[in-house]
Design a protein around this ligand. Structure first.
Ligand SMILES: Nc1nc2c(ncn2[C@@H]2O[C@H](COP(=O)(O)OP(=O)(O)O)[C@@H](O)[C@H]2O)c(=O)[nH]1
Ligand SMILES: *[C@@H]1O[C@H](CO)[C@@H](O)[C@H](O)[C@H]1NC(C)=O
Ligand SMILES: *[C@@H]1O[C@H](CO)[C@@H](O)[C@H](O)[C@H]1NC(C)=O
Ligand SMILES: *[C@@H]1O[C@H](CO)[C@@H](O)[C@H](O)[C@H]1NC(C)=O
Ligand SMILES: [Mg+2]
Length: 387
């Protein structure tokens, strides 16, 4: 290793170097200030630093280059956005996911991105995320009452539930923040101010990957085919995270039969006509869905019913089974769509298209490595609904 400043260096020389370093630092600070004043996100954050109440930052990066238009683009757009919930510490994973979604689809479509967090995103986070897309991007702060454990939850009972789950070594069994997240995704994200302008959303999580080009607009597909919910992977839930969920669902159906759709997908959820839950659910880290469905009277009533049971905290009810059960019971079964052509990975599982779809999508996954018909997948169960 090179010794830069040997002890024998004359004092005078050290002084010169120190002065140079300090001067350079000073110059950089000024340059950076100029840059800050020019960039909209720093301007907004400057106001926040000045002590105003933290709120949502809306950042639209201009189109620097003429858009590279997709060959089949019609100019017809859906009322839709990407949505990504993340912590500041998720930055690298967020960049990976967004790069993948942009490269494989959104660079041609420029659907907006809405990023949400219960803490303000840092300047570094916003800057690094903003350069990834030409689309409008906004950073939202989640209202406290949409995120944190409500006061009326009996914390003693909640703690006992967490301890029991930790003893059973259930993943996230002892985590309150994970429960906050599941409850937020179940009942609140679509109520966020920044999502009000939109109907359809595509949920993205940190560190996911999209393997294939998507040669059409899946939002328009949803709209034109009256779909309300879609998935790429379906699987079985850990029963100990939801011991009383199904009984609660059955009680709800008995009390509010008017919300249960006649042509529902109960047979996806149950092997005995609804008596018991078979634990099948859609893996909700990927969702393209209709927020107006979550905003409907049926779902609002359902969520409120679940909320008052306290199962998001006394147990560990996940947004995946909650969304899946609602979609399966309150929508027509043909309103749920399997996006077979969207290659997708969220560790430890992936869905890879095959045959022509794999080839045309220029998919970067191994066709034989796909969750579809493995023993823990519920895809077969889904397909039986239509046979
Ligand atoms: N802002 C925020 N986001 C969170 C928190 N916990 C989880 N998330 C986000 O919620 C989603 C699911 O969390 P993740 O850790 O991926 O859970 P997993 O996929 O079930 O293992 C991801 O988008 C996370 O970034 C949290 O405490 N705060
Ligand atoms: C900063 O934002 C304010 C409005 O909030 C605007 O009037 C001002 O021009 C902005 N400054 C710069 C340098 O963009
Ligand atoms: C988009 O959808 C939302 C939610 O349904 C609606 O409030 C809004 O008016 C729609 N916007 C347009 C341009 O259709
Ligand atoms: C573009 O549209 C044509 C005609 O509808 C279709 O045959 C072709 O597969 C599409 N191209 C891609 C890349 O999807
Ligand atoms: Mg995840």
């Amino acid at each position: 290793m090179t010794v830069l400043w040997p002890i024998s260096t004359p004092k005078r020389y050290i002084t010169v170097v120190l002065v140079a370093v300090i001067a350079l630092h000073y110059i950089l600070t000024i340059a950076n200030d100029d840059y800050s004043r020019l960039s909209s996100f720093s301007n907004i954050s400057g106001q926040l630093r000045a002590g105003e109440k933290a709120s949502n930052d809306i950042i639209s990066t201009p189109n620097y280059n003429p858009l590279q238009t997709y060959p089949n683009a019609t100019g017809h757009r859906a009322n839709a956005t990407f949505v990504l919930l993340a912590r500041n510490s998720d930055l690298v994973g967020v960049l990976n996911s967004m790069q993948s979604a942009e490269d494989r689809f959104n660079r041609y479509y420029n659907y907006p991105w809405v990023l949400l967090n219960e803490e303000p995103f840092t300047e570094e986070f916003k800057e690094r995320v903003s350069v990834l897309t030409r689309a409008p991007i906004s950073f939202g702060l989640i209202p406290k009452e949409h995120w944190f454990q409500p006061d009326w939850i009996d914390e003693e009972r909640a703690r006992a539930g967490r301890q029991k789950m930790m003893a059973q070594r259930i993943i996230y069994g002892g985590s309150v923040s994970y429960r906050n997240m599941c409850r937020f995704n179940s009942g609140f994200f679509f109520r966020h101010e920044l999502l009000q302008p939109y109907r359809y959303y595509w949920r993205v999580e940190p560190d996911v990957r999209f393997f294939c080009d998507l040669n059409y607009d899946p939002f328009l597909y949803m709209q034109e085919h009256e779909k309300v919910y879609s998935f790429t992977i379906s699987l079985f839930e850990w029963e100990p995270t939801i011991p009383t969920l199904w009984q609660t669902v059955k009680d709800f159906m008995a009390e509010y039969p008017q919300y249960v759709e006649n042509h529902n997908a109960m047979d996806f959820l149950s092997n005995d006509g609804g008596r018991s839950y078979n634990l099948c659910h859609f893996w909700s880290n990927f969702e393209i869905a209709d927020m107006d469905f979550w905003r409907s009277e049926a779902y609002t009533t359902f969520f409120e019913y679940l909320e008052l049971k306290g199962g998001f905290y006394y147990e560990r009810w996940g947004d995946a089974p909650v969304h899946s059960i609602a979609a399966a019971l309150f929508a027509r079964r043909d309103q749920i769509h399997f996006f077979r052509d969207i290659g997708y990975r969220h560790d430890p599982f992936q869905h890879c298209p095959s045959g022509d779809q794999w080839k045309q999508g220029r998919c970067a996954c191994d066709q034989t490595d796909t969750f579809d018909y493995t023993p823990n997948s519920c895809l077969k169960k889904f397909e039986q609904l239509f046979s």
